[in-house]
Design a protein around this ligand. Structure first.
Ligand code: CA
Length: 319
């Protein structure tokens, strides 16, 4: 349909290209930029509260090492699960940095160790998004990820159970609700459907999609997709597995992964679209989005939701 943007934009950790990832400020900015979904990576605190944090560690995005120097584990890392929510609320959140050197991971983004930001709970973020949906009249969805469920199990915590309860409190329960639940751990994604009987849409994130995108492995790929389709609504592969170099040309073309996913009624939501870290086959952010539209991809994870929305809107108008 000309003029209608077909590819949805998931704000990856919020508008993380502009503000420290997973802060409420980054989420409000992504919301205002027209993202369709806002992503929440989730881990548990010591007192079983889901907080919005990309890693099980606190030391790459906060001043935990300065504020609680004695609370590191033997491996030298600071784990969110060792801290209560009131303790975590004392931390200042920062743009992502290397925990050994203190240097920012992305050079030209919001400066590391600057600003006054907090680590939000899932409930705080859902209140923000639902409030904005009321005040703006828009319907922006959520996209929670269960981080490292095996690690949580080994700490005697069931992150899926706790997160599903919070989602239910905020009325995210059904397949038509604007919510995708995502996880890399296949056992756990399956568990959401089979044990918890959730009707929420689920996305199986893939860390091994590279082999799945190989042209000569169609049979293996389709077996795997068929299995995933028994419990999930879609797949989340790396963007690098969705495109390949065309034979005898420099041009990137789609791998068979998208067509085969659709053949199994699976959505495909690749990650991560970054203007300051393009996949190697692409010379511009626009070329990447152009190939995305041509491939028929359903949604993308973008650190720069404003640019992705603008490019995808423009490209659908030219179809
Ligand atoms: Ca994530």
């Amino acid at each position: 349909m000309p003029g209608v943007r077909q590819v949805e934009v998931i704000a990856h950790r919020g508008a993380s290209g502009y503000l420290p990832e997973h802060t409420l400020e980054a989420k409000a900015m992504a919301y205002a930029m027209g993202a369709d979904y806002l992503e929440q990576d989730l881990v548990l605190t010591k007192d079983d509260i889901p907080i919005v944090l990309h890693d099980i560690h606190l030391d790459t995005i906060s001043d935990v090492a300065q504020k609680f120097p004695k609370r590191k584990r033997e491996d030298g890392r600071y784990y969110a699960i060792d801290f209560t929510l009131p303790e975590i609320k004392q931390l200042n959140a920062s743009e992502r940095f290397n925990h050994k050197t203190g240097k920012a991971v992305f050079e030209n983004r919001f400066p590391a160790h600057q600003g006054s930001f907090r680590i939000p709970t899932l409930a705080e973020e859902l209140e923000l998004i639902q409030g904005l949906n009321i005040s703006t009249g828009k319907s922006v969805g959520i996209y929670p990820e269960l981080k490292q469920p095996e690690f949580h199990h080994s700490e005697q915590k069931d992150i899926s159970k706790i997160v599903l309860n919070v989602l239910q409190e905020f009325n995210y329960t059904g397949q038509n609700d604007l919510c995708y639940l995502q996880c890399f751990d296949e056992k756990e994604t399956k568990r959401l459907r089979e044990e918890f009987k959730t009707e929420l849409k689920t996305i199986q994130l893939l860390s091994d999609a590279d082999w799945m995108s190989q042209s000569d492995l169609q049979e293996e790929r389709n077996q795997r997709l068929q299995e995933i389709a028994t419990y999930a609504d879609g797949i989340g592969p790396s963007v690098n597995s969705v495109f390949r170099q065309a034979p005898r040309s420099d041009l990137p073309i789609a791998t068979e992964l998208t067509v085969d996913a659709h053949r199994h009624n699976l959505l495909i939501h690749p990650w991560t679209y970054r203007v300051d870290s393009l996949p190697k086959l692409f010379s511009s952010f626009e070329a990447l989005h152009q190939a995305t539209v041509l491939a028929g991809i359903d949604a993308i994870f973008s650190d720069f939701p404003d640019q992705s929305v603008e490019l995808l809107t423009k490209l659908s108008e030219s179809v």
